[in-house]
Design a protein around this ligand. Sequence first.
Ligand code: ZN
Length: 398
Amino acid sequence: MRIRTRLGLYLLVGLFSVWAGPSRAQAGQGRKDASLEKVRYWCSGQYTRVVFDLDRNAEYYVGKLQGDPRTKRPARIYVDLQNTLPSKGVAVKTDLAEGPVRTIRSGRHDRHTTRMVLDLRHAEDYNVFQLEGPFRIVLDLWWKKGGKGSRKGQDARGGASGAHRPRLPLIVLDPGHGGRDPGAIGKRGLKEKDVALRIARYVKNILERQKQVRVILTRDRDEFIPLERRAWIANSKGADLFVSIHANAHPNRKARGVETYYLDNTTDRAAMRVAAMENDTPAKRRDGLNWILIDLRCNANALESNDLAYTMQKAVIGKVRKAGYKDTRDLGVKGGLFYVLIGAHMPSILVETAFITNPAEEKRLGSRAYQKLVAEGVALGIKNYLRQHGRYDLLAKQ
Ligand SMILES: [Zn+2]
């Protein structure tokens, strides 16, 4: 087995799976084969994300095979899924129109192993990590077109017109949930997905009016977007910041306040509960027993994400308190294993703007005035962070 990954973060996750697989199978699901339910993918010119959805945990191995010019066989990445059978819905071969992966096909298939093969267009870097509840394996692949630097998507960034204008920072705002996933629902019926979208739209308007950044929303209508697709959007656009916007929920209706999360391992039960909720983990599996462990020492954006989280929390709390909501509770900055943040290549955070399960906060969240206020706080957090890093007012500095 040879796993060549850029970040130790993913390497450890992969190895953990290999090592921990059998004990999980014994504990939970007996020896029955897993089923590969679906293969999902998203591709842009330089970056493809492939997701293998399984119905249960399985051991897997990932490796790369060099291409052979004599036989014209392209370089390949294979994923051997142990004790796994493909379901009828999985295509034997799928051609991808663009990006590093030319085809996805199921290769060797014996009683014990399904081998999925990705035929590559070009030499690439790749990362692999797994998510749970349900179990899935995520592969990220980049086309190293212009050498090392281009994998972050500079080629795709663009945006600034005119030869001498600096490239404005690109912010990806991610309104949580959507479509068939309403998120948390308040007692009066207010849905988290609607609040998150309205706040995100206001943030976009505020930031765009000031013409110092560019803004993209992961969704601008009431549609379902898989968690894995959200970071893909930010990565494929070469975004500079990723901000996921949510409203909190708690069984205790008195719980209230604002909190901001960055990606981190945690054993804090409260943070784990929030992450499980946002990760769309089935309620019966929210006990934390199967939590993956990730090595964040190798996460290049860990410090920046932490910094962004503190700046954001301060800005949102400051805005709403100053506007008269003095009782707003500052729940602070916390680390959590939020799937939507895993694999993002830029500083990335998740803001829980208020508790939709708290009657007073639900009422506030439902009002346009409060949504705008929170949006001003989020926009200020983004501006302050960029200022601290010399990335704001780029046009004025010319
Ligand atoms: Zn949420």
